[in-house]
Design a protein around this ligand. Structure first.
Ligand code: GRF
Length: 212
């Protein structure tokens, strides 16, 4: 049986950031781009929340932004179809989910296969879903962390690009553990985007190889 192999493109990439909230990961990527560390431009910041702090920051920065009101669409499929049209019109190479709080429909995932990445505040495949820092503490794990992965229709289950590990301390609260993880996220996510446009990510099956 032959295995499908995908290699990320080596080029100056056009990124679309999708976010719904604070946007600290978006800001970390934006800073890395401004510092010349990533060979890409943010061509679009998309949000399903007009007042999301990250979205307002993007507007302040003069980046191209797009808000689509979910309630104006009959269902999730038609919402995602409209986003797909906007993405294609802008020739986007990579969609970077940065605290985007909507589940992406399967057809959208298929259409942009290997071109959507996400960051998750746990060591996947442990603790997918929401409120995962609290879940990790409740379970009693000694370590948690962050995972950057490709997006597939099954939520939080795509091929893993990078992970960072942090200890879970006995006196942690959800807030302290979250902020320890978030600090790692801000290094990990720009590093993953950088590797992507260096043409150094190769997906074979469900494994991602980091090329030299
Ligand atoms: C982060 O914890 C990220 O791992 C998760 O959503 C949160 C987004 O935070 N997917 P921010 O909006 O980037 O500050």
């Amino acid at each position: 049986m032959t295995e499908d192999v995908f290699q990320s493109p080596k080029k100056r990439g056009r990124i679309a950031i999708f976010l719904s909230g604070r946007g600290s990961n978006f800001i970390a990527i934006h800073k890395a781009i401004e510092a010349g560390e990533i060979n890409a431009d943010i061509a679009l910041v998309f949000s399903n929340k007009k007042q999301a702090p990250g979205f307002l920051f993007a507007q302040e920065q003069g980046l191209e932004t797009l808000y689509l009101r979910p309630k104006s669409f009959p269902d999730r499929e038609s919402y995602d179809q409209e986003i797909a049209r906007e993405i294609q019109a802008r020739d986007i190479d990579l969609i970077v989910l940065a605290g985007y709080m909507r589940i992406i429909t399967a057809p959208f995932c298929q259409q942009f296969l290997n071109r959507i990445i996400n960051i998750h505040p746990a060591l996947l495949p442990s603790f997918p879903g929401l409120h995962v820092q609290q879940q990790a503490m409740d379970w009693g794990v000694r370590f948690s962390g962050a995972t950057v992965h490709f997006v597939v229709p099954e939520v939080d289950m795509g091929p893993i690009i990078l992970q960072a590990v942090v200890p879970v301390l006995q006196d942690d609260t959800e807030e302290t553990l979250s902020s320890r993880i978030l600090k790692e996220e801000h290094n990990l996510y720009p590093a993953a985007v950088k590797l992507y446009f260096e043409g150094r990510l190769e997906i074979r099956g469900r494994r991602v190889f980091l090329l030299d």
